[in-house]
Design a protein around this ligand. Structure first.
Ligand code: TYD
Length: 139
């Protein structure tokens, strides 16, 4: 899949339940429509702390609340949305040029992130005014 700039949407992760519990599958061309180059996770986030506060120039990501819950505020071109992630079999896709902030982490929250590129600081837009200007310039 070509990356989808400025989009954000929820993805159901195929899950196989049986009497031993549930097994959720993140598979290329299943729930994941990009090549995964990096996996990282956030945990032990202190109560009241926000994370994120940036956009990416060219990056696909899937965020999953593997444990606990948190809220993700996103802003694309003209839209703002908030997603509460609290199910390990649901992911939030965030494409390029989407400003995001994560907040209200529960004490046991683990935010797993699948990403389409390795870490590159140059891919970040950490200044909101720069994000807004770039977003307008490519609309
Ligand atoms: P940052 O992306 O700002 O965290 P968040 O968006 O979750 O609030 O990253 C925090 C620090 O970790 C920053 O110094 C960059 C570093 N980092 C890496 O070295 N590799 C990575 O893959 C990521 C995501 C961050």
């Amino acid at each position: 899949m070509a990356y989808q700039p400025r989009s954000h949407y929820l993805v159901d992760i195929p899950t196989i339940p049986d009497e031993r519990g549930k097994l959720a599958v993140l598979e290329h061309n299943g729930a994941v429509l990009f090549d995964i180059k990096r996996v990282y996770y956030l945990f032990d986030v202190p109560a009241g702390t926000s994370r994120g506060g940036h956009a990416h120039r060219n990056l696909d990501q899937l965020l999953i609340a593997i444990s606990g819950s948190f809220t993700v505020d996103v802003e694309g071109l003209d839209d703002k949305s908030s997603y509460v992630l609290n199910r390990p079999n649901q992911a939030l896709y965030i494409g390029s040029m989407v400003w995001r902030e994560m907040r209200d982490f529960s004490s046991n929250a683990v935010c797993l992130v699948l990403a389409s590129t390795v870490y590159m600081e140059a891919d970040y837009i950490r200044n909101y005014d720069e994000f807004a200007r770039l977003n307008r310039s490519i609309s």
